[in-house]
Design a protein around this ligand. Structure first.
Ligand code: MRU
Length: 334
């Protein structure tokens, strides 16, 4: 996300967020000064992506500490609501808990912890980009890579640069990207709205594809590797990520295409044994029944809207974090 403001940051006395519901049309920064507004922003996906909501949540604890010091409700109440705002990405509860551990030391200490979390995520994004691009070069040594990806895993999903899309950006900067193939990512179009916006800013070559085309394009040989992010990596290597990831992994296995997950260590959750232990967020059915403001189903239609799915470790070639590459296809363990 070259030249854009940070996705989430602390700005004097408020959290500053890029409003991702307004992209790609407008780049608008919203300032959030209380925990209820932050919970609303997280649930409406004003800020979204596992590392980004983790950082936002940590800054939210600072808002709670400030309100409590000013005579408001105990910070612990707000913290409990904040960590539960979205259930699937482990980053939110983890980073809220980390910041909340400093509540006894006062607002300044909580804010310093949140800033440290932000800075660690920025450093992790840069390191993941390098490690991931090195791995792609090993997997595809003969030519520039054609990379399929899903959802938005760029700077908009972190603080800057991203996870899987950081690898795409690093490949592009190295002259090693032939083409990115981002999936639209129904129903909220994070791929169409946000990933294309970031790819445009990078000047990277890409073509947007509809979700259903992903496995078929892999079968036809259109991509050399699939790169995705993660919302939670379980101890056994299963990965929860945006709905549609599992279908891509099945398609990649069928086509013999490497399937690589790129996520920071803050997304790896040793306390979740396997994918079946992950709570999958079920979102409002209205997101499926309408396309923006336009209804797309019959009056009275019902919808299921799971926001994430689980890809078993057996379908994953490798997990790339800021500090390691785990070759799950070679039996390596987390
Ligand atoms: O519902 P979202 O947009 O928050 O979902 C985001 C994803 O599924 C990403 O792939 C994931 O958070 C990893 S991106 C760093």
């Amino acid at each position: 996300m070259t030249g854009a403001p940070r996705t989430v940051d602390w700005d004097g006395d408020a959290i500053a967020l890029i409003d991702q519901t307004r992209l790609p049309g407008e780049l608008v920064i919203v300032r959030v000064t209380d925990v209820d507004s932050l919970i609303d922003a997280i649930q409406r996906l004003v800020v979204r992506g596992a590392p980004a909501i983790g950082v936002a949540g940590a800054f939210g604890v600072a808002l709670a500490a400030r309100a409590a010091a000013g005579g408001g409700a105990p910070a612990t109440d707000a913290v409990a609501q904040l960590r539960a705002a979205r259930p699937t990405a482990v980053n939110l509860a983890r980073q809220v808990d980390r910041a909340a551990a400093r509540l006894g030391d006062g607002f300044d200490a909580v804010l310093a912890e949140a800033c440290a979390i932000r800075d660690e995520e920025i450093a992790a994004s840069h390191a993941m980009g390098e490690r991931g691009a090195d791995l792609v070069a090993q997997l595809i040594p003969s030519h520039a890579a054609r990379v399929m990806t899903i959802c938005n895993t760029g700077g908009l999903a972190t603080v800057e640069r991203g996870t899987a899309l950081a690898v795409v950006q690093t490949l592009h900067e190295r002259g090693a990207l032939a083409e990115a193939l981002p999936l639209e990512t129904r129903p909220l179009l994070q791929g169409a709205r946000l990933t294309t916006w970031e790819l445009e800013r990078m000047g990277a070559p890409y073509r947007l594809v509809v979700d259903a085309a992903g496995p078929a394009l892999l079968a036809s040989g259109a991509a050399d590797v699939v790169l995705t992010g993660a919302d939670r990596v379980a101890a056994n290597g299963d990965v929860a990520n945006k709905i549609g990831t599992f279908a891509l992994a099945l398609g990649a296995q069928h086509a013999g295409v490497p399937f690589v997950v790129v996520a920071p260590e803050s997304t790896v959750d040793a306390a979740t044994y396997s994918g079946s232990d992950v709570v999958i967020e079920e979102r409002d059915e209205g997101e499926v029944l309408a396309f923006g403001a336009t209804p797309v189903a019959a009056d009275g239609a019902r919808a299921a809207n799971p926001a994430f799915d689980v890809t078993p470790a057996s379908l994953i070639t490798a997990l790339v974090t800021e500090s390691r590459v785990v070759r799950l296809d070679r039996g390596e363990q987390l």
